[in-house]
Design a protein around this ligand. Structure first.
Ligand code: DOR
Ligand code: ZN
Length: 349
């Protein structure tokens, strides 16, 4: 008998849609199946005002070419030293944003405008706490003395925990959790939540390094050990409402991914659902798939799940999955999850 699941149209609570030709090449892959897309603000220059967020959202919607009336990008401001409590209040009250994103300066792509410490932004964080604006945290220390595989845990312990303790009214999403430290911290604090990516759920560092170097699996925070992968998968598979899907789909041209100094980021939006479904299938947990991709994140961000229903069947899709796409500028981008995409078909009920 064919394995079949039916679920509310999912949301992607963390995605990089870029701009210009890259936006045009990738946005349909998010719009086809996802409803909400929480769009990251790390453009150059970053999105730092309500007006910029509104204009970027319009560019995103204008770039969609598939029939997707359901698609609803929701925006975030980039937390910089110049972001004032007044601008946060304006953006929130206008409905221009659903969150504010903190990047540690230097940790990842276009993070230079970020900060070194969370508490340097205490006045803005206090405003967010009083308004109810969620804080999204890229939790990664930039201390060069620390081993790269220990940097998420260090940032969580040194920076995130003190903020959670000092501001119990501030709700925080630990983004793209890559370690068991992140899982434990989210469980420890009532106001903390965690997004998890398809690649951190299904890959570990041996996949990057053991059988030839695979730059396509290089991202920030770096994919960690098998032990951490299992802790992430256990949290997602458990149905715990604190954890939900954020793909962190982050396209880069192949020329940047396979360069001498490679860019971090994995383009997984096209096949994210297939990768996650295959994991839940392998663990006999498909009854909890809907919570992870459609229910938990919506509840965290205070929206009802979509009333659209999707169906996934574990059967070869009618059209074989492609493994690269090309932008109008001639850049090639590699897709993550091709093997899983060849196992599942998706349709609208
Ligand atoms: O791997 C990553 N790529 N991690 C991030 O935090 C940013 C992203 C990007 O924008 O390329
Ligand atoms: Zn990201």
């Amino acid at each position: 008998m064919t394995v079949r699941i039916e679920f509310a149209r999912p949301d992607d609570w963390h995605v990089h849609l870029r701009d210009d030709e890259m936006l045009a090449a990738v946005v349909d892959h998010s719009a086809r199946w996802f409803r909400k897309a929480l769009v990251m603000p790390n453009l150059t220059p970053p999105i730092t005002s309500a007006a910029q967020a509104v204009a970027y959202r319009e560019r995103i919607l204008a770039a969609v070419t598939v029939d997707a009336p359901h698609f609803d990008p929701v925006m975030s401001l980039y937390l910089t030293a110049d972001l004032s409590p007044a601008e946060v209040t304006r953006a929130w009250n206008e409905g221009a944003i659903c969150s504010i994103k903190f990047y540690p300066a230097g940790a990842t792509t276009n993070s230079d405008a970020g900060g070194t410490s969370l508490l340097q932004f205490a006045p803005v964080l206090e405003t967010m706490a009083s308004l109810g604006v969620p804080l999204l945290v890229h939790a990664e220390s930039t201390d060069p003395a620390l081993d790269i595989f220990d940097r998420e845990a260090a940032f969580l312990v040194d920076e995130v925990a003190p903020v959670l303790e000092r501001m119990p009214e501030l709700s925080v999403t630990v983004e793209h959790i890559s370690t068991s430290t992140g899982i434990d911290m989210v469980r420890q604090f009532d106001q903390a939540y965690g997004s998890i990516t398809p690649h951190h759920l299904t890959c570990d560092r041996s996949d990057i390094l053991a059988n030839g170097l695979r730059p396509e699996l290089y991202c920030k925070p770096v994919i960690n050990s098998a032990e951490h992968r299992k802790a992430l998968a256990a949290a997602a598979l458990s149905g715990d409402p604190k954890f939900f899907l954020g793909t962190d789909s982050a396209p880069h041209p192949l020329s940047a991914k396979e360069a001498r100094v490679a860019k971090a980021g994995i383009f997984n939006a096209p096949y994210a659902l297939e990768v996650v479904a295959e994991l839940f299938h392998e663990h006999d947990a498909l009854d909890r798939f809907e919570a992870f991709v459609s229910g938990n994140g919506a509840a965290r961000y205070g929206v009802e799940p979509s009333t659209d229903r999707l169906v996934m069947e574990r059967t070869e899709p009618a059209v074989a999955p492609v493994d690269t796409l090309e932008t109008a500028a001639g850049d090639v981008v590699r897709l993550f999850g091709v093997a899983e995409a060849a196992l599942w078909s998706i349709s609208l009920l």
